[in-house]
Ligand binder design. Sequence first.
Ligand SMILES: CC(C)(COP(=O)(O)OP(=O)(O)OC[C@H]1O[C@@H](n2cnc3c(N)ncnc32)[C@H](O)[C@@H]1OP(=O)(O)O)[C@@H](O)C(=O)NCCC(=O)NCCS
Length: 443
Amino acid sequence: MAKGGEHYVIRPGRTSDAPELAALHASVQLQWVTGGKPHPGIAAWVEDLLTGHPSVVPDDFLVAVDLATGRPVASLVGLRQDWSLAGVRLPVAQVELVATAPEHRGRRLTERLFASLHERYAASGVPIQVIEGIPYFYRRFGYDYALASGGAPAVPAAALPATGQARPDDSAGALTVRPATVADADALAGIDRRADGEALVCPRDAAVWRYEITGRREASLARRIVAVVVRGAEIRGYLVHGARLSAAGELTVFAAACDQPADWPQAAAVMHAHLARVGRGYEASQGRPFVAVCPLLDHGHPLARLGTSGVPRRPRGWYVRTGDPVDLLARLVPLLRARWQAAGLRWHEPTLTVDLYGRAARLTFTDGELTAVTPSRGTVGPTTDPHVHAAVPPGALLQLALGNRTLPEVLDAWPDCVLRDRLTEHFLSVAFRRVPVRVWPRN
Ligand SMILES: CC(C)(COP(=O)(O)OP(=O)(O)OC[C@H]1O[C@@H](n2cnc3c(N)ncnc32)[C@H](O)[C@@H]1OP(=O)(O)O)[C@@H](O)C(=O)NCCC(=O)NCCS
């Protein structure tokens, strides 16, 4: 809301903002790609988000309006989605399209937009916000790198199977790859529902799959191509890749999945053959050399391990923020309980207190099994308070909770992560293990 003497007001987005927000973002985002011209892919994406997206509403945008002109001059959007962390539902908001018109920069509009966004998620119970983008910048707003992104080797085009060898094998039982149609959406949603429990994933329902296959504007930067892996008429997996080659001639792979892990050795081969065909087709239509397939997948992903080998790549990082680490832990109760059960561990006291330097999480146990995580007041830590089992900086807890760092890594890097005894250390090591990131976010 506008306060006395202020030049701007922050308000939720509206459908009627679509033309102005599309123009604003198209004129400031990815300008190094367009050489300073409006980016048509950004404009189309913004219009898609503001008009008929299956999981985004105009209200998900926040807009700074210049009170002198009544026009939007800065905005961002939080794309709400449910991720699944080793089978536990985790509401996430992915922040995208952060922009301020050049003549309004340096007036803390981005800072104010983030503050409004965080208030909104504190009120509506979205424990995690994530964003990619400008290195270091989002640390200003309480974000830290707490999830890896990518890391699978790039496969040079020359290492891919020759197109002639990539013909579908019609022999009985062979897997083949074909473009997806909207009729495949239910089967694709079924694969996501049954996905392997140990990774961090972003499952899609049938409506969202239909949108990915045919719903986006042709020019949208966020448009991807979905292919299905089939055995006869049966859909066994999927492959999602870019709709064009990047400026560097790379074909990005965003997701790849198989319903049956046993299919992977054959599926990885047919997926790479398919990518070779697609990349060479794009080379011909775009008139730009096809250089490599770049999977935006973790290095342990089956497509990276079992397909054509490639050139190692350093993973990128997602910035992550949580406004409420105790709430985050509370959501993980079923997962923590299952991990302790699987390891045959029972906690020997009624509670385990993790001090977060300011507040604390009290883990309650019944007959040795975790039943609840509730907030309590923080004290001083295990060195001075015998009732506290661990003191963990909130940033370190975020790393542990999301499976980005193990407890030994946290103990190594955070001297202010302090544990009362070896038993606590063993319990927490079992609770928090590294989790592969297999997220193709919804945008
Ligand atoms: C990045 C951007 C949104 C910042 O908007 P803003 O409203 O001016 O931001 P604020 O006024 O809240 O903060 C300004 C501070 O951010 C810093 N900053 C701005 N752009 C930055 C960048 N690209 N990298 C690092 N710091 C940056 C400014 O130097 C300033 O720092 P100071 O406070 O030490 O002087 C704006 O520059 C923009 O629209 N850029 C083009 C689009 C873009 O890159 N979006 C982000 C995509 S991930």
